[in-house]
Design a protein around this ligand. Structure first.
Ligand code: PRX
Length: 650
């Protein structure tokens, strides 16, 4: 143990423990240590068994894993088709009438899509894409709202071996053009518009702007959803419903090489240029099928799964499209925002479809807390048996609220840590096995090897450190599109022989992992490294606080000073001093914020991540750079105005 070399001082410890109920344990697909033991004894053998049992192969692999650091190939020589695995095999097994998607539009319109429906639609659209000249190995861009056609488009690409690159519908035309150009995509699939907050937002005009800057695009396919008027360019633009209506309904699923590129998904790094993360076929599908089955304890006969992510993010790729469909799951897919027409929309959807598994993000949970417990209380949520969290560290108070008010006090919570780059869940409880602690993602899953290290790469067995992954895993990224040098440097350059995730974490006395956020979210105050997440958790544990964001601002005396931005729960008021003292009580005087600003909203990206970098700029009085990725830029302008006016307290 390297006590003297702790990378991050872990100051707060959570003592509460929650074992799954006896009933949950006895019903769970796995409820003992056997998966962990099996993976420990034979890492590759373990994954090979998952690949054999969960996936249908057209030709067997010859090598499970070829590892030539930093490049892995999985199930080498094996052949399979992802769309066959997600659709045909369920229909062939007589489950064509099973519902794949209960789709709920924001205005309240609905569609029920069975596996047979989805298979027919995917085959037709795959043929339509072929007719537009899309071939195996091409890239296709997808820029759609949350409509079933988004899944159809992804699966149609997979069926014919074209790689998709989905761009979140909230991104600007410039962002879309940058991504199309980087991928050199041939076809763009978009919609006239989609529904958001009770109104149609136009997408096609943005797509048109992007295509002006993207010479590789030959055709644009337009799904009709918003019914808003859009110009169509003859020869280039095609209505989705027209080309699908004309298409041949049979398109055989061609066997693909296990390492065939399945998709690119762009994610931001420390520089401005987004990285096209590459995922391939056999390993990725195995990873998401396995994690979906075991982390969510999925029961194909009875579960109704709902993941609230957008398909434009990795969570939507892995746990709306590929993981659930590979497992033959029935899901809810929702188009709109959680507060339309009212703050109880999510809970009304759970009640309506009797959802059994609910997977959402901490930022959403904290928003629900802000809206108050009366909202979930209006609905019968007793169908839920498991709830999950993803995307950022969940503070213990949000975890407790989630468990009590959404999970009825009994649902296990799976706090799942992973990244766009990892493809699937890496660190998470197994709900029938793991005793959870509020705020801890607990342990690496069977088949995942994670280790904390200090600055020099030395092993850390207790306390804070940098989270690294030490063995290849099937869903791992295969590189950055067009920039393998950046791939090596970003992920493999910091610690020799290890994948560095960019996150800080700590290990407590019981060996539980606590994610502490990105390492650039770690502050250094008077020589002590303090995680922004820990201070945020302390603030949110005060009964009046709904949400908090903490940044380290340069300070002449202490190196960095802790600046907090706090949103209070509806109708409550509290003195700044009370909160500062509360943090001191929770963590220690060292973690007391120097200043607290109250704000009705925190600045967030459109995907809901708090933009700490902007808050740091505000706290340090800098001019704000690019604010175009903000969901609501006025929030930060107001904070900036107040920061200039308000002297920080001592
Ligand atoms: O910092 C970690 C955080 O989200 C980052 C990955 O972001 P992205 O690629 O957008 O993928 C998000 C959805 C998988 C990670 O480096 N993160 C994700 N899940 C958790 C988390 N931090 C703490 N706890 C989690 N459960």
């Amino acid at each position: 143990m390297d006590d003297h070399l702790q990378a991050i001082d872990a100051l707060s410890y959570e003592m509460r423990k929650f074992p799954p109920s006896a009933q949950f344990v006895s019903d769970a697909s796995t409820n003992d240590q056997s998966l962990y033991q099996e993976a420990q004894l034979d890492h590759e053998g373990f994954w090979a068994r998952q690949a054999r049992e969960l996936i249908s192969w057209d030709a067997p692999w010859t090598t499970v894993c070829e590892w030539d650091l930093p490049y892995a190939e999985w199930f080498v020589g094996g052949k399979l088709n992802v769309s066959f695995n997600c659709l045909d095999r369920h229909v062939l097994a007589g489950r064509g009438d099973k519902v794949a998607l209960y789709w709920e539009g924001e205005p309240g319109d609905t569609r029920v899509v069975t596996y047979a429906d989805l298979l027919t639609e995917v085959q037709k659209f795959a043929n339509a894409l072929k007719k537009l000249g899309v071939e195996k190995g091409d890239r296709v861009n997808i820029y759609l709202p949350m409509v079933p056609e988004a899944a159809v488009a992804m699966l149609a690409c997979a069926r014919i071996g074209a790689a998709h690159s989905v761009v979140f519908g909230g991104f600007s035309s410039q962002a879309l053009a940058d991504r199309i150009n980087d991928a050199e995509a041939k076809v763009l699939i978009t919609a006239d518009g989609g529904w958001r907050r009770g109104e149609v937002f136009p997408l096609k005009p943005q797509a048109d702007e992007a295509v002006k800057m993207a010479p590789s695009i030959e055709h644009v396919v337009v799904v009709k959803r918003g019914n808003n008027e859009v110009p169509m360019i003859n020869g280039r633009d095609h209505w989705y419903h027209d080309i699908v209506a004309e298409a041949d309904p049979v398109c055989a699923a061609e066997p693909m090489d296990s390492e065939q590129l399945l998709f690119l998904l762009y994610t931001s790094g420390t520089t401005g240029k987004p990285k096209g993360i590459m995922h391939t076929t056999g390993g990725y599908l195995t990873h998401v099928a396995y994690t979906f089955k075991f982390v969510f304890d999925h029961k194909p006969e009875s579960d109704i799964f709902w993941c609230t992510a957008d398909v434009g993010w990795i969570t939507g790729h892995s746990y709306i499209v590929y993981g659930p469909l590979a497992n033959g799951a029935t899901q809810v897919m929702y188009e709109g925002v959680p507060n339309f027409p009212a703050n109880d929309r999510m809970w009304s959807i759970i009640e309506k479809y009797k959802a059994t598994i609910f997977y959402t993000a901490p930022t959403a949970i904290r928003t629900f807390m802000k809206w108050g417990t009366q909202e979930p209380a209006k609905h019968d949520l007793s169908s839920l048996r498991l709830i999950g969290s993803v995307g950022e560290p969940i503070n213990p108070e949000a975890w407790m609220w989630y468990q009590e008010h959404i999970g009825g006090g009994t649902c296990p919570i799976v706090d799942t840590w992973w990244q766009t780059e990892t493809g699937g869940i890496m660190i998470s409880p197994l709900p029938g096995v793991t005793v959870t602690k509020p705020g801890s993602a607990t342990f690496p899953l069977p088949g995942v090897a994670a280790e904390l290290v200090d600055e020099e790469g030395g092993h850390v067995s207790k306390g804070g450190g940098y989270l690294t992954l030490t063995k290849p895993w099937p869903g791992m990224l295969r590189g950055i599109w067009g920039d393998q040098q950046r791939y090596r440097e970003t992920y493999w350059g910091r610690f020799k022989g290890r994948y560095f995730a960019g996150d800080g974490a700590k290990l407590d006395d019981d060996g539980y992992l606590w994610l502490l956020g990105r390492v650039d979210d770690v502050m250094n105050v008077s020589g002590h490294r303090i995680s922004t997440t820990e201070v945020e958790s302390a603030l949110v544990s005060h009964p009046s606080v709904a949400e908090a964001a903490v940044v380290g601002a340069n300070d002449a005396t202490t190196g960095q000073a802790i600046i907090a931005y706090v949103t209070l729960r509806g109708g409550l008021e509290v003195d700044e001093k009370v909160l500062r003292d509360h943090v001191a009580t929770e963590i220690g005087a060292i973690a007391k914020p120097k200043a607290i600003f109250f704000t009705p909203e925190l600045p967030k990206t459109r995907s809901g991540k708090i933009m700490r970098r902007l808050l740091r700029d505000v706290a340090e009085g800098r001019n704000l750079g690019d604010t175009t990725t903000l969901a609501d830029a006025s929030v930060v302008n107001e904070l900036q105005r107040r920061a200039a006016e308000t002297p920080a307290e001592d």
